[in-house]
Design a protein around this ligand. Structure first.
Ligand code: FAD
Ligand code: NAI
Length: 517
């Protein structure tokens, strides 16, 4: 019958119009967001009457502080040798070219240019913090230097967010012969070395023994960095290397070496077992109870504890050696610790109170891997600490402004002529005092653990997620999809998200690039 047909037709017409309108709205919104990103507003100039807040570092702690800080309240100065923020959770993927390193970098200049008031940035390393003189000595360590490459920056308030360096425990040969995995340069070096080992292994007339050595990829440290890298490397071999260079398929081998009886100690027992069985399936060898004692250019020497409890020294030849045995304190932090008597018992970093103030000081705060709290040195902790400091500093600035006003009002009250004016000032004072009480209500730092995630190769991940005061442990392909979407959404900017997603699609379609730069 004709009537219902017309109704159906009308419905589709309306649905079409609605879709068109929302599409237009979304495009407009996107275009506006991009315009705002590309055309930052004029910034307020520094005000010399304000306090100078110096922030050391451009990592998780420092950048999350900068993101939420009302920069108009202070003269903010950022000092870091790295002029970008690095999204470290996806760094292991850069070692095999699954993700291009620029996709997980966000220029610090972009971040700072969008703040309300100007933030000064110096690309330099803080070489010394003089607590007594309240100055930071900085040095430009880049290739190009001007007439001045060392100078001093005074501070009223200082935030130390310099992270940590790679732990080597003084083991001979580690610095000379292995690759670390902390910075972009490390990932690039690993990527180059993998291909160098492969191409050298297939060099004409190479001996069998040397081929085996060159294609033995050894990872030391069974923490999440070592595990994620081992998984990524095996994926690279399975998905790409063996297809393009079939000669290597019988000898390419990944071994993960760990001193403790099991890998991933921070995950639940169930997930440790899952990871171990998954690695077995992927043909990654795990050597637990194996402590590396010495490193040479072609082999490592490790003390292996056998099932009967006896130990023996074993030589393990390698082509590529990646060293991922955790964090050590940076020199600049150690030096600061030595200047402060209250830090004399600290070993792993700056001891801080519940407001992240460095113990023994009143104007220095520490965030992230260089601060010692009750939590693991992770991006999650550093990010939350940075956000907490931003709230604290915003509050401090507001409090100071109200207190200054209160002082002015009390003078005005004394000088007031007549009851009416006095009462008016009195009411104002009461209101400001109420504001002050509200503003001052900022509790100590409290960490909220969202869970731990790690990629383990073969499109599988493990996750210990905090859920309604309980814990969910899961591993497998669904967890991997969750891992991907979680990290994609956590990327610093929309630009990073687009680039990372594009890299994943590119690798799925064309495979990873096996050329050596
Ligand atoms: P960083 O982010 O390391 O930043 C330190 C900053 O200080 C850098 O900008 C550096 O250039 C700068 N700096 C260094 N020396 C100086 C100096 N002398 N003067 C001035 N500036 C200086 N954590 C998670 O929670 N989830 C993950 O999935 C995860 N994956 C990771 C993967 C890898 C490969 C690695 C290495 C770490 C991973 N982490 C992860 C840990 C996480 O990256 C760190 O805990 C986090 O980066 C710590 O933040 P931070 O701000 O203290 O230090
Ligand atoms: P880690 O400290 O977590 O693990 C290092 C491992 O190396 C330890 O298990 C240790 O027993 C082992 N080791 C030390 N010396 C050794 C030796 N001589 N021989 C053999 N093994 C040795 O270090 P990692 O993985 O670098 O992580 C550092 C921090 O970053 C951790 O807090 C970690 O939680 C965090 N992180 C988190 C990730 C995630 O959540 N997905 C990924 C990467 C890092």
């Amino acid at each position: 019958p004709p009537a219902p047909k017309r109704k159906r037709f009308r419905f589709f017409r309306w649905a079409y119009r609605l879709t068109l309108l929302s599409g237009l709205g979304l495009t407009g919104y996107l275009a506006y967001s991009i315009y705002v990103l590309r055309h930052p507003e004029e910034q307020l100039e520094p005000d010399p009457s304000k306090k100078t807040l110096v922030i050391l570092g451009s990592g998780w702690g420092a950048v999350s502080l900068l993101k939420k800080l009302d920069t108009e309240n202070y003269n903010v100065v950022v000092i870091s040798p790295r002029n970008f923020f690095l999204f470290t959770p996806l760094l292991p993927s850069c070692t095999t070219g699954l993700i291009e390193h620029r996709s997980i970098m966000e220029p610090i200049r972009n971040i700072l240019r969008h703040k309300k008031a100007t933030v000064k940035y110096y690309e330099a390393e803080a070489t010394k913090i003089d607590y007594e003189k309240r100055v930071v000595y900085i040095s430009d360590d880049s290739e190009i230097k001007g007439d001045v490459s060392h100078t001093v920056v005074p501070f009223d308030m200082l935030v130390v967010g310099v992270g940590a360096e790679n732990a080597t425990f003084g083991i001979p040969g580690v610095r000379e012969h292995s690759c670390f995995l902390k910075e972009v340069g490390d990932a690039q070096k690993i990527r180059k070395r993998i291909m160098d080992c492969v191409e050298t292994a297939v060099f004409k007339d190479q001996t069998d023994e040397e081929v085996k050595r060159l294609l033995h990829m050894v990872v030391v440290g069974g923490g999440p960095t070592g595990v994620e890298f081992a998984g990524e490397l095996q994926d690279f071999f399975e998905d790409d290397l063996r297809k393009w260079i079939p000669e290597i398929q019988d000898n390419f081998h990944v071994t993960l070496v760990e001193a403790l009886p099991n890998i991933l100690p921070m995950f639940s027992k169930q997930l440790i077992e899952y990871t171990e069985s998954s690695f077995k399936e992927e043909k990654i060898t795990i050597r637990t109870k194996t402590m590396v004692k010495n490193v040479t250019d072609k082999y490592i020497e490790a003390q292996v504890t056998k099932p009967d409890g006896t130990t023996e020294l074993e030589r393990i030849p390698y082509g590529l050696l990646v060293w991922a045995t955790g964090n050590a304190v940076r020199g600049v932090v150690r030096d600061l610790m030595e200047q402060i008597p209250a830090q004399k018992d600290s070993r792993r970093g700056l001891a801080v109170n519940e407001y992240l103030v460095v113990n023994g000081t009143e104007n220095i705060w520490a965030v992230g891997d260089c601060a010692i709290t009750n939590y693991a040195p992770t991006a999650q902790v550093a990010g939350q600490e940075g956000a907490f400091l931003a709230r604290l500093f915003n509050t401090m600035a507001k409090t100071e402004a109200i207190e200054t006003e209160l002082k002015k009002l009390s003078v005005a009250q004394q000088e007031a002529k007549g009851d009416e004016e006095r009462n008016h000032v009195f009411e104002e004072i009461k209101e400001r005092q109420r504001q002050l009480r509200r503003t001052k209500q900022i509790g100590p730092f409290q960490y909220s653990h969202q869970g731990s995630l790690a990629y383990i190769g073969k499109e599988r991940a493990v996750a210990d997620i905090s859920w309604l005061s309980g814990n969910i442990a899961s591993g497998g392909t669904m967890t991997y999809l969750f891992w991907r979407s979680a990290y994609l959404s956590m990327c610093f900017s929309a630009r990073n998200r687009v680039l990372v997603a594009t890299d994943w699609i590119k690798a799925k379609i064309f495979g990873r690039d096996v050329s050596r730069e």
